[in-house]
Design a protein around this ligand. Sequence first.
Ligand SMILES: Cc1cn([C@H]2C[C@H](O)[C@@H](COP(=O)(O)OP(=O)(O)O[C@H]3O[C@H](C)C(=O)[C@H](O)[C@H]3O)O2)c(=O)[nH]c1=O
Length: 185
Amino acid sequence: MKIERLPLAGLAMITPTRLGDHRGYFSEIFKDGWFRENIEDATFVQENESFSAAPGTVRGLHFQIDPFAQGKLVRCIAGKIFDVAVDIRAGSPTYGQWFGTELSMEKGEQLWIPAGFAHGFATLVPDCIISYKVTSPYSAVSDRGLLWNDPAIGIEWPVPIDNAILSGKDRAQPPLADLPPFFQY
Ligand SMILES: Cc1cn([C@H]2C[C@H](O)[C@@H](COP(=O)(O)OP(=O)(O)O[C@H]3O[C@H](C)C(=O)[C@H](O)[C@H]3O)O2)c(=O)[nH]c1=O
């Protein structure tokens, strides 16, 4: 597994090794002991999958608040997405800053997003599937969001902004300026 530490403290890009042969490849996608030793002493309790049919679909920006705040280990298992994390930890030197990266089935990389970040993605091709582990169970009452195209965050989404496909919930998320200090750095 290769690790790339990223500009927003806590984020990490993990790229599993693919062992190729004449049939294709084998790859160890996740190992609990390795993750705890090299990334964070986290316990994953749920795994999610979402399918998005059309390119230009945007899901996010989402997070859960305590006591159900979630770390997320995200990978794209079909297609290609632009995955984004926004630092919403009060007191963080990078508060309100965003990091974005492509995740694809082809490259197999994973993005580790600790609790304290809002997460979202945009699909770059049709029929994208993401699979992600989370460190707390789903809690609808703890579910919160942030406006995906808030100019105060300024995410440079590589999709047509005016034609983005979103849920009604995501169209109505609050801007960063209205966000209570849910997380401390
Ligand atoms: C997250 C979640 C949702 N749901 C139900 C709630 C809704 O009835 C339905 C769709 O939920 P939502 O529109 O929030 O799904 P996404 O827009 O894909 O949101 C997810 O994708 C973004 C990028 C994230 O980072 C979050 O993990 C998550 O919020 O699934 C569940 O039953 N369990 C769950 O863990």
